[in-house]
Design a protein around this ligand. Structure first.
Ligand SMILES: CC(C)(COP(=O)(O)OP(=O)(O)OC[C@H]1O[C@@H](n2cnc3c(N)ncnc32)[C@H](O)[C@@H]1OP(=O)(O)O)[C@@H](O)C(=O)NCCC(=O)NCCS
Length: 233
């Protein structure tokens, strides 16, 4: 509920944040919008984590969700000039939850971190909507460049445990990065990459040009477990 006190309102894929001022009625609407965003984050965990069965338990106990909410507050503070406080709070979250997300990073809606511990997201990283990271993921820099030096992840991206994605590279919409991969180059849309260094190991059959090529019922009834798993991400 710290977020409500801060008056935070996330705005969408560009990850910018805005805050209210003005009429009480509009403030009420913004509060509802914020609650909607918080519910959306909880629902994203319920949708993606088979072990999550209760919204209340997710809100109370999901480490990754707490890290995401902390980031959203810290990003708002960062964008509104309270950079030292944002940095202090993000470091406090790192100590408490083991997740380090720089407050300047740009992260979209329904972002899920499963388990959380060991995730590091750098200052110039950009993350789209409906992205899921597992524990130990690094979105880092190579150490060779300044400026935009961290990765950009498109929408509907999944990054497996302990994967390391380095530099100002782009992971395309709907793509998956296998656990333990080290990714140093752009990844196209709708593929799976794995290995060290990462290479394409699979092209998804359920997405074409960023849209499902199979209607959901067909996917749900498919015999192929891999297909259902790919399409549900
Ligand atoms: C990448 C992943 C999502 C599978 O995606 P997919 O698109 O269904 O790919 P497939 O399973 O068909 O694998 C394609 C090929 O890549 C290989 N592969 C898959 N994941 C791999 C990985 N992490 N590292 C190396 N190779 C991998 C498979 O063995 C397969 O090779 P093969 O065709 O020679 O058998 C899954 O393997 C993965 O890594 N998930 C991460 C989940 C995670 O982090 N869980 C932690 C929960 S606590």
């Amino acid at each position: 509920m710290e977020l409500i006190e801060a008056g935070y309102q996330a705005s969408g894929t560009d990850g910018t944040a805005s805050v209210g001022g003005g009429a009480v009625g509009r403030a009420g609407q913004r509060r509802l919008t914020l609650l909607g965003r918080l519910r959306e984050d909880v629902q994203a965990v319920l949708d993606r984590d088979p072990s999550a069965t209760s919204a209340r338990d997710v809100a109370l106990f999901a480490t990754g969700l707490h890290a995401v909410w902390s980031y959203r507050r810290n990003h708002w503070l960062w964008e509104h000039g309270a950079r030292r406080l944002a940095t202090y709070l993000s470091q406090r979250t790192r100590r408490r939850l083991g997740v380090e997300i720089h407050p300047a990073a740009t992260i979209g809606r329904r972002f899920v971190i499963d388990h959380g511990m060991g995730v590091v997201i750098g200052a110039t990283a950009v993350i789209g909507d409906d992205v899921m990271l597992y524990q130990g993921v690094t979105l880092g820099m190579t150490g060779k460049h300044a400026g935009k030096r961290h990765p950009t992840l498109g929408n509907n991206v999944m990054v497996g445990a302990r994967a390391t994605i380095l530099g100002d590279i782009r992971i395309g919409n709907g793509s998956k990065v296998g656990a333990g991969a080290v990714v140093l180059h752009d990844v196209p849309d709708d593929v799976t990459v794995a290995g060290v260094p990462a290479s394409v190991v699979r092209e998804h059959r359920c997405w074409e040009a960023g849209r499902p090529s199979l209607v959901p019922d067909v996917v749900a009834q498919a015999d192929d477990e891999n297909l259902r798993w790919s399409c549900s991400l």
